[in-house]
Design a protein around this ligand. Structure first.
Ligand code: TYD
Length: 215
């Protein structure tokens, strides 16, 4: 028995969390109770690492330290939560995963891409999502939306940084077009229809059928 692993990616303020929540609700109605986690975080250790990474009070973290902190959170979440859930045949939805590190630390921070790839490989033990949905967003809109209530440490980065992240996602999708799908900006319902269109066949392989109305 092996479950299905779906990740959501995209720039800050792309609306991932809303779409993930809708998919989790649809899965519940379809009788499949998904495991929903986020990165960094998803476990008590991961949430503590998240506090270090995103709290603006920490000021600068060197790019290499940042890379390892994201990787540490991921290694723990993968082993403690994701792999056991998949082994039990469950659907796992994850808000960001290794592609975030490629986009933000690789393209955004401009760390060596091959090194980032090897760190990701080590942290995940080679686990790859069955499907990765990238919600595209113009950083000028996204970062403003995400920063309401005070920007976190990443949201304080320059417009050029967020443009590199967006270009990074485009490169990731081009390299693995079967796994990584970019959904263009649209209304919440337009994006949702696209999410259902992409997720349905992957879920069906695991015997999960979303309801009629895209559930
Ligand atoms: P979060 O509040 O989860 O933002 P969002 O709602 O946009 O997902 O914050 C996560 C931030 O951390 C986000 O700016 C992306 C960044 N990040 C990385 O830089 N590298 C990573 O590997 C991950 C998982 C996230």
């Amino acid at each position: 028995m092996s479950g299905v692993f779906i990740t959501f990616e995209g720039g800050d303020g792309a609306g991932k969390t809303t779409q993930m929540r809708r998919l989790a609700d649809a899965l519940k109605r379809a009788g499949a109770d998904a495991v929903v986690v986020r990165e960094p975080g998803g476990t008590p250790v991961g949430e503590a690492i998240r506090g270090v990474l995103l709290g603006p009070e920490h000021g600068r973290i060197t790019p290499l330290a940042e890379l390892f902190l994201f990787a540490a959170s991921r290694a723990h979440l993968t082993e403690e939560v994701i792999r056991p859930a998949l082994a039990a045949g469950r659907v796992v939805l994850c808000d960001r995963y290794a592609d975030s590190t490629t986009a933000y630390q690789g393209y955004g921070r401009e760390l060596d891409l091959d090194f980032v790839r090897r760190v990701n490989e080590a942290a995940t033990g080679g686990l790859k999502p069955d499907l990765t949905i990238v919600l595209d967003v113009d950083p000028r809109e996204g970062v403003a939306a995400a920063s309401e209530g005070g920007p976190d440490r990443m949201e304080r980065e320059s417009a050029a940084f967020h443009e590199r992240v967006r270009a990074g996602y485009a490169a990731i999708a081009a390299a693995e077009p079967d796994r990584v799908r970019i959904v263009p900006r649209g209304s919440e319902d337009e994006v949702w229809r696209e999410v259902v269109r992409l997720a349905a066949p992957v879920l069906e392989r695991a015997g999960v059928r979303l309801g009629e109305e895209g559930a």
